[in-house]
Ligand binder design. Structure first.
Ligand code: ADP
Length: 412
């Protein structure tokens, strides 16, 4: 090790001082008093200077070694924190990636390695590890827009999986992208099983119901004289009809849930106007006024058959739950949405029921719903269809004063 130039200063001062003192002592032995005084004073001064500089240097060395110890402590604390974050990320059920500005993975937690069956994905592009162009695109979109991106993606490697993906940039360093993938394969599989079950049950119920109905009808013809059996047979037929309606509604709901919406150009004004015409007779039989009071035309992107379903459910409900007065249907185009309302002067809905009426089989008055041929599924079907189109179904109602159901649908 070489001493620095500054290390010589105290040594030289101290050494020089000692030599000067020795020389003075020698001179003193020769009897030269002024030279002795000057020599001792100079020597003493040099020694004091040397000692002071050495003390200052000692302090500096102490400070340096304490700084060094502090930096080592900080370093070890930082490493411990890093390990804690890594352990935390490794314990998560969500796959996590951090990518650099070139789309290369700089970090992946354990779940990410398991999900994509890759031992150490670091330093490799997202596409090479996951074989998913969609995942790569989401990461790039997040980086380009600096906005969080979310999507449900299907992965085919190393096996078929469905994941909820989120990509967002690090605000401190927008070049870095965080990617999380939450595996929802099992959830989607269970949903599919449930939907298939509903569809299968509805199909299975249909055949025996049709048979029972036709047999009861035959018996009814034969039993003209026996009034009691006629009563029972009529009841059997009514109940079978109700079951048929329910099975039909379950099928509609199941189909709406399982198939992606196939949209095309749809004149929503025409759909609601035609539904009004279709249900006019039913309203008039109850002495109600039913009229369409909206735009001539309003073009949106939607599935027309499903929109007809929404229109019929809402208008039929308005007829069912109105005793006197009128039902007015309007369609308006507002900026980039179509707003449709079905307003009645009917029995209304008490506020405590409002949040629940869109639930499956929820009916405020079961008896009334049964008498009107309701299945308790009409509103849930309508809501599901509207939301699958990116729209909203709202209700505004007051007991004994009537209800207004409003559908808001995006034009495009
Ligand atoms: P339902 O087949 O019983 O009519 P829905 O799902 O269509 O089933 O509606 C659920 C419940 O919401 C109905 O049972 C009824 O109590 C209430 N409801 C629906 N529409 C109206 C309305 N226009 N006025 C008053 N109550 C309504």
């Amino acid at each position: 090790m070489r001493l620095r130039a500054t290390s010589w200063v105290p040594l030289l001062s101290y050494g020089g001082g000692v030599i000067l003192c020795l020389v003075s002592a020698l001179v003193a032995s020769n009897g030269n008093t002024p030279a002795v005084i000057i020599g001792f004073a100079g020597g003493g001064l040099a020694i004091a200077l040397g000692l002071n500089t050495a003390r200052q240097m000692g302090e500096k060395v102490n400070q340096l070694s304490s700084l060094h110890a502090q930096s080592e402590l900080l370093q070890s604390q930082l490493e411990a924190q890093q390990r804690a974050v890594d352990n935390l990320a490794d314990g998560l059920e969500v796959a996590l990636f951090i990518c650099d500005s070139r789309g290369q993975i700089v970090y992946a937690n354990r779940r990410a390695s398991e999900l994509f069956d890759f031992r150490d994905p670091r330093g490799r592009p997202v596409l090479a590890v996951t074989l998913s162009h969609d995942l790569e695109r989401i990461a790039l979109d997040a980086q380009r827009t600096e906005q969080p991106q979310r999507s449900e993606l299907s992965f085919s490697f190393p096996k078929e999986r469905v994941g909820l993906v989120k990509a967002w940039v690090n605000p401190e360093d927008p070049g870095k992208v965080f990617l999380s993938v939450y595996d929802i394969t099992d959830l989607r599989r269970l949903e599919r099983i449930r939907q298939d079950f509903v569809a299968n049950v509805s199909h299975e119920l249909r055949t025996p119901m049709t048979l029972i109905r036709s047999m009861a009808e035959t018996l009814l013809d034969d039993a003209e004289k026996a009034t009691q059996s006629e009563r029972y047979l009529t009841k059997i037929i009514d109940e079978v009809d109700r079951l048929s309606l329910m099975s039909q509604d379950l099928l509609i709901l199941s189909a709406a849930e399982s198939n992606p919406v196939r949209k095309h150009g749809c004149d929503i004004a025409d759909v609601f106007r035609a539904s009004v015409v279709q249900l006019e007779a039913s309203a008039h039989r109850k002495g109600l006024e039913l009229r369409y009071d909206g735009a001539k035309e309003c073009l949106i992107e939607a599935n027309t058959a499903q929109m007809v379903q929404v229109a019929l459910n809402l208008i039929q409900n308005a007829i069912n739950y109105t005793n006197t007065g009128s039902i007015v249907v309007t369609v308006k185009q507002k900026k980039d949405v179509a707003e449709i309302s079905v307003e009645d002067t009917g029995i209304g809905i008490a506020s405590e029921h409002l949040p629940r009426i869109f639930e499956r089989f929820y009916r405020i008055d079961k008896g009334r719903s049964r008498n009107t041929g309701g299945t308790g599924l009409g509103l849930s079907i309508a809501k599901h269809i509207v939301e699958a189109h990116g729209g909203e179904l709202k209700v505004d109602s007051a007991l004994n004063r009537g209800s207004t159901f409003t559908v808001v649908l995006p034009l495009g």
